[in-house]
Write a protein that binds this ligand. Sequence first.
Ligand code: FPP
Length: 228
Amino acid sequence: MADMIVPRHIAMIMDGNGRWAKKRLLPRSAGHKAGLDRFVEICDACGELGVEYLTVYAFSTENWNRAPEEVNALMELMSRGIVKYEPQLEKRNVRLKLLGDLERFEPKYREALIGVQERLSKNSGMVLSICLSYGGRQELVYAVNRLLKEGKTEITEADIDRTLYSAGNPDPDLVIRTSGEYRISNFLLWQSAYAEYYFTDVLWPDFDKKELLKAIESYSKRERRFGR
Ligand code: FPP
């Protein structure tokens, strides 16, 4: 599309892995594995398109309530996935940021993830933020508690911006949610105040580059007024 406007910051709720697996009579873990492969592909596509910031919702605070086997399988898959993908991220000059309460992770997973984050922190290309053990309300409470520790008795929006996990990232321009659910599910509550939303029935493991371009095309046609 000639007049395509590529959003500076795209955020994604990658939903539908379980249903994708169920449709194929596969275990849920197979859906998450397919979801990881898709994530890698979409991440590359965003880099190629010139997206400056990509933020993905990989594991919510609510996801801790899933069956322990599924939680474990997801932890294993995500940490192994990021470690395996590190050379590709490095080659593409991607900077990695992990947003969320990583303290809840088993040390072996936490250390692996933080290791990759540290090694990629010097890069200067697309900023990939992965939300892990993340919840928008929890993030706001975290920010306010940091400000209280600073001794603040009155705060500004800028104070919140700089103490959120996402500090330094601009607000998302486009938030995509797959799998036909029309909810925010506690994702980037503060940051999405003026974001455009794009919902699609496509399940996350089927969300390919063509689908991404459809979302960007839809975004390109919208006029954003920021309340003006
Ligand atoms: C939601 O689908 C998806 C998740 C809870 C996991 C998302 C994780 C990935 C796509 C792997 C990405 C990995 C990295 C390293 C970023 P669901 O299980 O809720 O699906 P359902 O609603 O169909 O049951």
